[in-house]
Design a protein around this ligand. Structure first.
Ligand code: DQA
Length: 145
C-alpha cells in the first residue's frame, strides 16, 4: 500500500493549548486520528511524526526515501528559516505537500516566506486540521496521475 509520511515540526506537539485563537483547539493526537481515518478511506498507509529539532526532521526526511511515496510537511517556524530542510527535500526528490494550520500569508511578514514552497508540489494553509486531509486527497490524486 502507498505510504505517506506526515511530518510535523517545532511546537506542533503543543497544539490544542498553543495559541488556540490562531491554531485552534485540535490537538496533534486529534490531527493524527483524523489523518489515519482519512487515509483508510483513500487506501493509503500513513506514518505520523513530530520533532522540535531541525536535524531530527532532516533525518526523518532522509529516511523517508524508499519508504514513503510522499510527505505532508508542516515544518512550523522552520518553514521560514531552514535552507537545510529545503535542501533535504530537494536531495531525496520526494513529493512534498506543505501544510499550515494558519494562513501564513495573512500573518506577520516574516511568515510570508517559505523555504519549503519552492521544493513542494503545493502549499495548503489557513484551513486548520482540515489542511492535512486536503493534502492527503491531493497526494492520492497526484500519485495516481
Ligand atoms: C504554522 C505556521 C508557522 O508560521 C508557525 O511558526 C507554526 C505553525 C501553522 O501550522 O500555521 O509553528 O506552521
Amino acid at each position: 500500500m502507498t505510504s505517506i509520511l506526515i511530518l510535523n515540526g517545532p511546537n506542533l506537539n503543543l497544539l490544542g493549548t498553543r495559541q488556540p485563537d490562531v491554531y485552534g483547539k485540535t490537538t496533534l493526537a486529534d490531527v493524527e486520528a483524523l489523518c489515519r481515518e482519512k487515509a483508510k478511506t483513500l487506501g493509503l498507509d500513513v506514518a505520523f511524526e513530530q520533532s522540535n529539532h531541525e536535524g531530527a526532521l532532516i533525518d526523518l526526511i532522509h529516511a523517508a526515501k524508499g519508504k514513503h511515496a510522499a510527505i505532508v510537511l508542516n515544518a512550523g517556524a522552520y518553514t521560514h528559516t531552514s535552507i537545510a530542510l529545503m535542501d533535504a527535500i530537494a536531495s531525496v526528490e520526494l513529493t512534498v505537500v506543505e501544510v499550515h494550520l494558519s494562513n501564513i500569508h495573512a500573518r506577520e511578514e516574516f511568515r510570508h516566506r517559505s523555504y519549503i514552497a519552492p521544493v513542494a508540489l503545493g502549499q495548503i494553509c489557513g484551513f486548520g486540521a482540515q489542511g492535512y486531509l486536503m493534502a492527503l486527497d491531493a497526494l492520492k490524486a497526484h500519485l495516481k496521475a
